[in-house]
Design a protein around this ligand. Structure first.
Ligand SMILES: Nc1ncnc2c1ncn2[C@@H]1O[C@H](COP(=O)(O)OP(=O)(O)O)[C@@H](O)[C@H]1O
Ligand SMILES: O=P(O)(O)OC[C@H]1O[C@](O)(COP(=O)(O)O)[C@@H](O)[C@@H]1O
Length: 442
């Protein structure tokens, strides 16, 4: 981190390969409004952020603005770009692929664009997947579909073999679309490239439906997720009101962070309880969930519960944890547990209930992006291409304080973003649902 004495700010910069070519010389009359290398945005524009810096005698932190640079590093006629998508699906991946291909092809004139099939697995020399040459025609309509046209995967591949593969296929730019794991992988690939002193740029585009990537305002697909969840919750409410003491439980994605569940609950104020991984709660006892649910049923004779998949894991008997191929903990089904235990609790008190458990999580994850996410995906992709062509490497594009910036990958992967249970957003979720503030683990 460099200290900028003129402005008394600290800047988190990104690694750049020196840039010899003037973009306007190359394209003639440029359509771009160039971003100056010195353009920065403050990473924390809140008064509280400034006050904290002043108190600690620290300079506020600034981030590099994303956008086209006047000087680029890669000569388009000799440049090959590759795109890889890893980890779980998320609305908008195809929009990002499409906009990357269009920007590479039409803005910079890059003719060779390679799609890596099935995540990092496709970069392994031992895999049987064949590389796909991508053209604008091939990607023209893919934004209309959810999922990823390239396929995805989890599981580790040897980094040196992946870099061999990039070298052998003369790839100059690698765009890695993925979450925490993918970005760690991209950073490891970038380190190996640096070690070999190769002029290859590695660019991360943060993808996670859970919205759990640190520092950035939001990740693409997250808004579509709670947008798609909203009508499902509305219908779940109809189910709940259609029976005496009807209880609908809707499970949404959210492995370690409950942003989708909490946002969906605020968006659809028929939700009475929102259970997230950040909040441990008791089932029994005066401040337990069941007592609160009982009060709710006594009052209104129906209830809607939205639960994030990672919530309530403390309620399962401790067993050996199961992990997926990438080492992520696979959670037990909290929705099923709640369904069974709620029935047991109310049956034991001879209170009749009708419980419906709805799990739309994978359907939501594979939906196409909504209009707002489509705009966001498009802009992320354009910025990723501009940063890459300027020779920047081991960086992610993201939005911070409503501005597109470059961040070193290493800065966003060291911890996951979670809901602040003392923060305004969580209070809004509790107020909107009417869930008792006291309903936490004693
Ligand atoms: N530290 C790492 N070094 C290299 N590759 C990694 C690392 N962490 C994760 N990966 C790889 O990144 C890919 C995606 O990771 P995963 O955790 O499944 O999804 P996500 O990127 O959505 O978090 C997997 O192929 C995984 O093996
Ligand atoms: O596809 P899988 O392996 O069942 O993954 C389920 C996980 O994927 C997610 O949808 C997204 O996780 P990633 O961001 O790590 O890809 C999580 O919410 C969920 O826990």
């Amino acid at each position: 981190m460099a200290k900028d004495n003129n402005f008394n700010i600290q800047t988190i910069g990104t690694a750049t390969i020196p840039s010899p070519i003037h973009l306007d010389q190359m394209t003639g009359d440029s359509i771009y409004k160039f971003i100056e290398e010195k353009d920065r945005i403050l990473s924390d524009v809140t008064l509280q952020g400034f006050n904290t810096c002043l108190q600690n005698n620290e300079a506020p932190v600034c981030l590099e603005k994303a956008g086209p640079r006047e000087r680029i590093f890669f000569r388009p006629e000799n440049t090959t770009a590759a795109i890889v998508t890893c980890g779980g699906l998320c609305p908008g991946i195809n929009n990002v692929i499409r906009s990357l291909v269009m920007a590479l092809h039409y803005f910079y004139g890059i003719k060779r664009i390679i799609g890596i099939p099935f995540g990092y697995e496709g970069l392994s020399p031992t895999s049987n997947h064949s590389l796909k040459e991508l053209t604008p025609d091939m990607v023209n309509d893919i934004h209309e579909f959810g999922g990823t046209m390239l396929g995805s995967s989890r599981g580790a591949q040897p980094v040196s073999e992946m870099v061999d593969m990039l070298e052998n296929n003369k790839i100059d730019l690698l765009f890695a679309i993925g979450g925490d794991g993918t970005l760690k992988g991209a950073n490891a690939i970038g380190d190996e490239i640096e070690k070999r002193q190769l002029p290859i740029s590695v660019i991360g585009i943060p993808k996670t439906i859970d919205n759990d990537i640190d520092l950035i305002d939001k990740s693409f697909g997250f808004e579509t997720a709670f947008d798609t969840a909203a009508p499902i919750i509305r219908d779940a409410h109809n189910e709940a009101t259609g029976a005496y003491n009807g209880v609908s439980i809707v499970k949404l994605m959210g492995r370690d962070s409950g942003f989708i569940a909490a946002s969906a609950a605020i968006a659809m104020p028929v939700v009475n309880f929102v259970l997230v991984p950040e909040m441990a709660f008791d089932l029994y006892g005066p401040n337990g969930f069941f007592e609160a649910l009982k009060k709710r049923l006594e009052l209104k004779n129906h209830a809607v519960i939205v639960v994030a998949e990672g919530a309530g894991q403390h309620l399962f008997e401790k067993e050996k944890q199961i992990t997926d191929a990438s080492g992520n903990v696979q959670h037990r089904d909290i929705g099923l547990l709640l369904k069974d235990k709620i029935k047991e609790y109310f049956d034991s008190q001879s209170i009749k209930t009708t419980i419906k458990y709805i799990d739309p999580s994978y359907i939501i994850r594979s939906a196409p992006a909504n209009a707002s996410d489509s705009v966001f995906c498009n802009r992320l992709a354009y910025h990723a291409v501009h940063g890459a062509m300027a020779g920047k490497t081991k960086f992610v594009v993201g939005m911070v304080n409503n501005q597109f910036v470059h961040l070193p990958i290493s800065k966003v992967v060291h911890q996951r973003k979670k809901i602040d249970l003392a923060g305004e957003f969580w209070f809004a979720a509790l107020q909107s649902t009417g869930q008792p503030f006291s309903m936490v683990q004693s």
